[in-house]
Design a binder for this molecule. Structure first.
Ligand SMILES: NC(=O)c1ccc[n+]([C@@H]2O[C@H](COP(=O)([O-])OP(=O)(O)OC[C@H]3O[C@@H](n4cnc5c(N)ncnc54)[C@H](OP(=O)(O)O)[C@@H]3O)[C@@H](O)[C@H]2O)c1
Length: 245
């Protein structure tokens, strides 16, 4: 499994809630020191209080180059290098084709795609041999979902970034993979789809229940670890089988 003590034990990931928080918890259990990043200071404070001594937070937005520089400057000053970069920040809203606005497109693509690109470009400078980059995709990237086209297209873009980046990273010893969840009970999912609808969606999967963020975190831990050493450019689904049948 994941042996961060042999790998300098440095880590960073996004978000003080949901899948990000569950993954931070799991990475720390596996021995990592984590930096979490998100816009809401109160969520970050609560997350650090839960996560304990091996977690720190920096507040900012992935859409702001200055905020990302401040994040990675902090990591560099305090820890030196980075072993794992989990680019997990994301947003989405249900908007049918006839109601798509320029603002909806910009917000979704700025956070999900541009945010992912510059998080990785800037974080990469602190990474080296054995590093693992994980991008958060979604089953929506390979499926059609009513009123979810912009979000789904943004996740298809994220999935494709990893295909090219795996080639850009050839020879560096750094791997990049996509982790694609679906129905997982989190704040974003409850906001976008509704809690009851998520539970209902979970019941229609072959597994038969909605996902818990810790189940996605377990797959993130696998992609972070040397157990996935022969994987790059891949997509790993944690979706109860939703998009696999
Ligand atoms: N839950 C699911 O079923 C599901 C399915 C497929 C994919 N996903 C993906 O999983 C990822 C995590 O979502 P989640 O379900 O765990 O929901 P969540 O709890 O709402 O997490 C989203 C996180 O992204 C952060 N974030 C959003 N915009 C940001 C920005 N501009 N800058 C920095 N951080 C930002 C949020 O923090 P702040 O708001 O404080 O900034 C929040 O912590 C997302 O990429 C989502 O698209 C989730």
């Amino acid at each position: 499994m994941y042996e961060p003590t042999k790998r300098q034990n440095r880590d960073h990931h996004r978000g003080g809630t949901g899948i990000g928080l569950a993954s931070a918890k799991r990475f720390i259990e596996d021995g990592a020191f984590v930096y979490i990043f998100g816009r809401r200071q109160e969520k970050l404070d609560a997350a650090v209080a839960t996560l304990g001594a091996n977690a720190r937070a920096v507040a900012g937005s992935v859409t702001d180059a200055g905020d990302l520089d401040r994040l990675f400057d902090t990591v560099k000053q305090k820890r030196g290098t980075l072993d794992i970069l989990f680019a997990n920040a994301g947003t989405g809203a249900l908007v049918p084709l006839t109601e798509i606005t320029s603002e909806h497109y910009d917000e979704t693509f700025d956070i999900n795609v541009k945010g992912t690109i510059f998080t990785v470009q800037k974080g990469l400078k602190l990474m080296g041999q054995g590093g693992s980059i994980i991008l958060t995709g979604s089953t929506t990237g390979v499926m059609g979902t009513p009123a979810f086209s912009i979000y789904s297209a943004s996740k298809a873009a994220v999935r494709n970034l990893a295909r090219s980046w795996a080639q850009d990273l050839r020879g560096t010893g750094i791997r990049v993979n996509v982790l694609s969840p679906r129905p997982t009970l989190t704040e974003l999912a409850a906001e976008v789809v509704g809690r009851d609808a998520m539970i209902e969606m979970g019941s229609t999967t072959p597994i038969g229940h909605v996902g818990d963020p810790s189940e996605v975190a377990a797959a993130a831990a696998f992609l972070a670890s040397s157990d996935s050493s022969f994987m790059t450019g891949s997509e790993l689904f944690t979706d109860g089988g939703l998009a696999q049948i």
